[in-house]
Write a protein that binds this ligand. Structure first.
Ligand SMILES: C[S@@+](CC[C@H](N)C(=O)[O-])C[C@H]1O[C@@H](n2cnc3c(N)ncnc32)[C@H](O)[C@@H]1O
Length: 236
């Protein structure tokens, strides 16, 4: 990336904060292509697929990387106890201003009520947090109760599971420092979950988005990966 095209690297959290005001943010991957991030979606109301994924969330729910808090808000509206955790001060400020219960911090730092969360959410790419999905899922396993479930959003069948360095960029080309982010496809989730002592119980598609539920040993279920009627093309 040339110096002419980007201003000095900044803190990703600052860029995210400003993007939440201006609603424009891009991510640049190792292929150096710049892709828009859906800031407007994070700030907007829930989409139908998000509402349906929340139907599966049993409280208390920890929304990891909650952003401006749309999932936490909806859970609260439904009477489900939910807490958002996010490392970006501006995201937490937005969430709290909207009325969501959210705390500032990394999911890898101490989180209240460890071992009591029944559902942990990793929505809209958040399985990528930290760039090490096994470490992230191991951390969530520590936070979940004995019959807990991680509900995560994944990339579609055929997508390569990989970690890359990415940077955030604003509309003027100001770029953040590079940080690690993981991409996990539906074909890759079962072994990653197993390494975190979680079992991939179900993978499903909804509105062209892909999700999986990953259960702790104590969670009841079929004991094998189930595919919902809508899912296609999954590796066995
Ligand atoms: C894709 S955005 C959030 C989108 C939000 N879940 C939604 O769907 O509206 C990812 C979020 O993860 C947060 N994040 C990144 N690393 C984190 C960490 N270690 N702990 C908690 N949050 C983190 C970022 O600050 C950012 O708000």
């Amino acid at each position: 990336m040339s110096a002419q095209r980007t201003a000095a690297a900044g803190d990703p959290l600052d860029l995210l904060g400003r993007a939440l005001e201006r609603q424009t943010l891009f991510v640049r991957g190792e292929d150096l292509r710049r892709r828009p991030l859906p800031v407007e979606r994070w700030l907007g109301p829930l989409e139908p697929a998000d509402a349906r994924v929340l139907d599966r969330a049993r409280g208390p729910v920890l929304d990891v990387g909650c952003g401006p808090g749309r999932h936490v808000l909806e859970l609260a509206r439904r009477g489900v106890l939910a807490l958002g955790v996010d490392i970006a001060p501006a995201a937490v400020r937005h969430a709290v201003d909207r009325g969501a219960t959210a705390m500032l911090g990394s999911v890898f730092d101490p989180v209240p009520a460890a071992e009591h969360w029944r559902t942990a959410l990793l929505l809209d790419g958040n399985i990528g947090i930290g760039g090490k999905p096994v470490a992230l899922l191991r951390r969530l396993r520590q936070l979940l109760c004995h019959d807990g479930t991680v509900i995560c959003e994944l990339e579609p069948p055929g997508a390569t599971t990989r970690c890359e360095l990415v940077a955030l960029e604003d509309a003027h080309g100001q770029r953040s420092s590079w940080f690690a982010w993981a991409h996990v496809g539906v074909d890759g989730i079962a072994p990653i979950a197993a390494r975190a002592r979680l079992e991939a119980r179900e993978v499903w598609r909804d509105d062209e988005r892909w999700f999986a539920s990953l259960a702790t040993d104590g969670a009841s279920g079929t004991g094998s990966l189930a595919r919902s009627a809508g899912s296609r093309g999954l590796a066995a």
